[in-house]
Every structure is written in structure tokens, then in C-alpha cells.
Design a protein around this ligand. Structure first.
Ligand code: RIB
Length: 334
């Protein structure tokens, strides 16, 4: 990506004719994983002990952290830094090239003596995926002085759980007062009390919400969100084709906002949730309220599922805003 005279990335490509897309304001630091995704289309996901034949092997840039960084930069228009770790292999080159194409600052990515993270992904004809991750270099992400300094300048710090919890903790500790920690608790795992206390916005799907809320079986999203609001001030429960539920703690009781899904033909859902998180963080970094940020994120996620791949499927900010506006005003001529 080109740069301006002061060395910052030139994001004019993210502008929109109607000026509603935020350009460069809003600084996001994404702390997380980067994986090379080895993807095979399958007629259905295999069961235990079963072998099935799939299609051609694809090798795509992925990883929840790197996907979210591209989401925040390309689809969200935020000044975005990725803090992560890569090996010394060609998977690392693939990821750096993709992050760069996405407009993400990669100067704080570290190269470590471990293989770049790898995700094994099967995608069924309805676009649903199943994923196993070998973390590799992601287990060696660190928040050193340089990373902490960049985090301290951010409006939003966005993290997920494919990296060690201590790294998320260090990122949370490095942010300035008033900066938000948005945690996408994926894949879900138990969180220690001190980390719960740092989270400003929790983003989870229904399964992760149930895990973290300690609810048995499939709880109603509003019930799960209510339980999670006992731990964090705000929760976004993503519901796939059903949209999302935004729950905010208020003095008079929880404020719930339903954000509808935008109907699209799903080709591949891989990374769509990451695009959602990246755009949500970018919008929050610009000062949007949480329901508005979730509406924009929903448009970005909808566009992402219409394309194959993770980072390769992240839409441009102008397309995101246009779709969000059409969803809000379906009768307005385009
Ligand atoms: O959320 C999708 C991502 O999960 C994939 O890109 C894969 O790498 C795993 O991290």
C-alpha cells in the first residue's frame, strides 16, 4: 500500500463519495493469530474415523487476528496495526503480503523460531466450515515495549483467543484509559477474573456465549447476553443468518438491540465473523455507538460470506457502507 508524506498508510482508497465512510480517524490495534488456511471443499464434513474425498486444496491467508486486522483496515477504514508472530517460512510471506494488501501496519509483527500457524479447514456446500488450528508461531506472540507503545496510542484494542491469555492480558494492560478492549472470545475457553474485568465489549457466537455463560444446552441469546452482562458492560452475540444481538449494561437494566442479518447467498462463511469484529472495532474507534457499529459490521460480514476465503473475502469500506445504507433504506434508489 502507498504511504503519505508522514509515512502513514494512504487510505484514500477507502473513502466513499458520500463521505459517510470514516477515513483515517480511529486507531485500532489487533493482537492475535495469523494462520495459513489449508482449505478443502467437501460434500459434507467427515465424522470421527471417517475419510472422505474433497476438492482442490487451497492455501489462503487467515487466522482470526490477521483476518480481523484486514477487516478493520480494508472494510472498516481504520488505521490498523497487527501485533502477531510468524515463522520464517513461505506461509509467513503469504500472510505479510495479504496484510499489506489489506492496508494493515505490519511493522510490529515478530518472526519467531516456529512454523507459522496453520488452520485445516473443510467447507461444505452450504458455506459452513469446520476448522482445526495448529497454533505454531501464534503461541509466541508477545507484547514488548514497541507493541505496548502502539497499543497505548490506540482507541480500540481487539483480541481473540488463538494466542496465549497472558498476551491478551498484556495488551489490555497497555491500553490508555478510555481505550476499549474488544474481545472476540473465539475459540472459547475459560477466562480468568482479571481478564473479564478488562473487557469492554465481548463478541461471541451463540456457542461461545453458552460456554462462557456456563449455560447448559442452547440458551436464548437474550438470556445468555444477560448472564454475560454480569461480567462485562457490553456484549454482541452474533447469530449467523439471524443477525446479532447487542446487549449493553444500563442502570435501569440491560438495553437490548437486535441487528438484523442482511440476506445474501453464502459461498464460504470462513472469516466472516472476523470481518464483523474488525469493522465493529473500526467503527467503535471512530466513536460510533455499539448498535451502529454492529449494523456496519453486519453489512461487512454479509459481503464477506459471498466470497471464498478469509482475508481474500474482506470487502472494501465503500461497499460496506453502501450495503449498510441499502439495508437501512431499502426503498431508496441507489
Ligand atoms: O475465523 C476463521 C479463522 O479461524 C480462519 O482463517 C482460521 O485460520 C482460524 O483462525
Amino acid at each position: 500500500m502507498s504511504t503519505t508524506s508522514d509515512g502513514t498508510p494512504d487510505r484514500t482508497q477507502h473513502g466513499t463519495p458520500d463521505g459517510t465512510v470514516p477515513g483515517t480517524s480511529g486507531r485500532v490495534v489487533v493482537v492475535g493469530s495469523a494462520n495459513v488456511d489449508l482449505v478443502v471443499d467437501v460434500p459434507r464434513h467427515p465424522g470421527g474415523g471417517e475419510t472422505i474425498l474433497g476438492g482442490e486444496l487451497r492455501r489462503n491467508p487467515g487466522g482470526k487476528g490477521a483476518n480481523q486486522a484486514v477487516g478493520a483496515a480494508r472494510a472498516g477504514g481504520a488505521d490498523t496495526t497487527f501485533v502477531g508472530a510468524l515463522g520464517h517460512d513461505d506461509a509467513a510471506d503469504l500472510l505479510l503480503a495479504s496484510l499489506d494488501r489489506g492496508g494493515v501496519r505490519t511493522d510490529l509483527v515478530e518472526r519467531v523460531e516456529a512454523a507459522t500457524g496453520t488452520a485445516l479447514i473443510t467447507v461444505s456446500p452450504d458455506g459452513e466450515n469446520a476448522i482445526v488450528v495448529a497454533p505454531g508461531a501464534n503461541s509466541h506472540v508477545t507484547v514488548g515495549a514497541a507493541q505496548a507503545e502502539r497499543i497505548a496510542a490506540a482507541d480500540v484494542v481487539l483480541a481473540q483467543l488463538e494466542i496465549p491469555l497472558d498476551v491478551v492480558r498484556a495488551a489490555a494492560a497497555a491500553r490508555r484509559p478510555g481505550a476499549l478492549l474488544v474481545l472476540n472470545a473465539a475459540p472459547s475457553r475459560d477466562l480468568p477474573d482479571d481478564l473479564w474485568a478488562e473487557v469492554d465489549v465481548l463478541v461471541v457466537n451463540e456457542h461461545e456465549a453458552a460456554d462462557l455463560a456456563g449455560a447448559s444446552g442452547d440458551g436464548e441469546p437474550s438470556v445468555l447476553a444477560g448472564l454475560l452482562l454480569e461480567r462485562v458492560p457490553a456484549v454482541v452475540v452474533t447469530l449467523g443468518g439471524e443477525g446479532s444481538l447487542v446487549a449493553e449494561r444500563r442502570a435501569g437494566g440491560p438495553l437490548l438491540t437486535t441487528v438484523p442479518a442482511i440476506p445474501v447467498e453464502a459461498v464460504d462463511t470462513t472469516g466472516a465473523g472476523d470481518t464483523f469484529c474488525g469493522v465493529l472495532a473500526a467503527a467503535l474507534a471512530r466513536g460510533a455507538d455499539l448498535p451502529d457499529a454492529a449494523r456496519l459490521a453486519a453489512a461487512a460480514g454479509a459481503l464477506a460470506v459471498t466470497r471464498p476465503g478469509a482475508q481474500d473475502a474482506v470487502p472494501d469500506a465503500a461497499d460496506v457502507v453502501a450495503l449498510a445504507e441499502r439495508a437501512e433504506n431499502p426503498t431508496r434508489p441507489t
